[in-house]
Ligand binder design. Structure first.
Ligand code: PEP
Ligand code: MN
Length: 351
């Protein structure tokens, strides 16, 4: 079993290694919180724009080595090319992580995989910055091809323009699908890059723990306000301790017949509704087919914008009565409408 296979793993440390003092002060603060398992620090920083702090490089690895000795905890750094891998291993780094800007690039992930061949280390793979699950799967497969046994996934959110609730939108359905496909691979939440702001971290962590994540990777700096990178999202070790006290780790199963009886009844009810939902979709698509044929006969466009607008508004109003979330309802209705259009276009024969 590797370090990253530990249940409830907590990885914490600064966004960037900035100085020996900053590293040591942060690390000693974190060590006092007894639940920290791994110390993280960014040594090479991929910055969107030039001119910012791009990381301490090799010097940072020397500080990290001292920190590791002082706190007796394993350490983790981001690697973005084979040279980083070589340097990190030379300085005794225990866990390498592939950053979001690297997971998007199969060429570089492949190069990193080649560099890892024959080496026994642990690797975390962050989700790609764009919401493409195949890039995340592809990176996992490439690293597995290097015969790395201990691999974990880190969910840090996805770039989405015009979103101010998060720095990187979580799109929870993507990590949920990764968990379904790779149920034995640990899933770790990085609330810092999802949230981008300190006051959002607790809520994001709790959501991830409710989804049965295995742990957390979170940024911490002894004095976040003077951090050279990601100042708004880093927590002091003291604040991190408070946050960790306030989150609830949930269990997967319970051996309690009262719970089991109740959940079984509720699940049966859901199952019946789901079956009904599918038969309603079936009936609805059959009507769409007839409508499609009728429009075709009369040489009419499939999309009737005015009618669609009227129906959508009516259903959105009705949705309020049923207390349905407008964003959820709109997505469902738009998808049903789109599928109905597809049916009409393709004039699929009736089954
Ligand atoms: C980081 O962890 O500091 C980092 C750069 O993360 P990401 O690759 O998720 O942006
Ligand atoms: Mn960061």
């Amino acid at each position: 079993m590797g370090i990253i296979d530990k249940q409830k793993i907590i990885i914490a440390g600064p966004c960037s290694a900035e100085s020996e003092e900053q590293m040591m002060q942060t690390a000693l603060g974190l060590k006092k919180i007894n639940s920290i398992d791994v110390f993280r620090a960014g040594i090479w920083k991929p910055r969107s724009k030039p001119g910012g702090f791009e990381g301490a490089g090799e010097q940072g690895l020397k500080w990290l080595q001292k920190v590791k000795k002082a706190i007796s905890l394993p350490v983790a750094v981001e690697v973005a090319n084979p040279n980083h891998v070589e340097m990190a291993l030379k300085y005794g780094v225990d866990i390498l992580w592939i950053g979001a800007r690297t997971t998007v690039n199969p060429f570089i992930v492949q190069e990193i995989s080649e560099a890892l061949k024959g080496i026994s280390t642990e690797v975390l793979i962050k989700n790609p910055i764009n919401a493409d699950i195949n890039l995340w799967i592809g990176a996992l497969e490439r690293i597995k091809n290097a015969n790395i046994n201990n691999i974990g996934l880190v969910h840090r959110g996805f770039t989405s323009f015009g979103n101010d609730e998060y720095r990187n939108a979580p799109f929870w359905q993507i990590p949920i699908e990764m968990k379904r496909l790779f149920s034995k691979t640990p899933m770790i939440c990085d609330p810092s890059h999802i949230g981008g702001k300190r006051n959002r971290l607790q809520n994001i962590i709790q959501k991830s723990l409710n989804l049965d994540y295995n742990g957390i990777m979170i940024e911490s700096h002894f004095n976040p306000d003077i951090a050279l990178t990601d100042a708004d999202q880093q927590l002091s070790p003291l604040d991190l301790a408070v946050l960790l006290d306030n989150i609830e780790w949930k269990s997967k199963e319970v051996n309690q017949s009262e719970y089991n009886d109740k959940i079984n009844v509720l699940r049966e009810e859901l199952k019946e509704l789901d079956d009904e939902l599918l038969s309603i979709f079936y009936a609805r698509m059959n009507i769409s087919r007839d409508i499609g044929a009728l429009k075709k006969k009369n040489n009419l466009t499939i999309l009737q914008t005015k009618y669609w607008d009227k129906r959508l508004n009516y259903l959105m109003d009705l949705g309020q009565k049923y207390d349905l979330d407008p964003t959820f309802l709109k997505t469902v209705l738009e998808n049903v409408h789109l599928e109905s259009i597809r049916f009409q276009n393709e004039a699929r024969p009736k089954k």
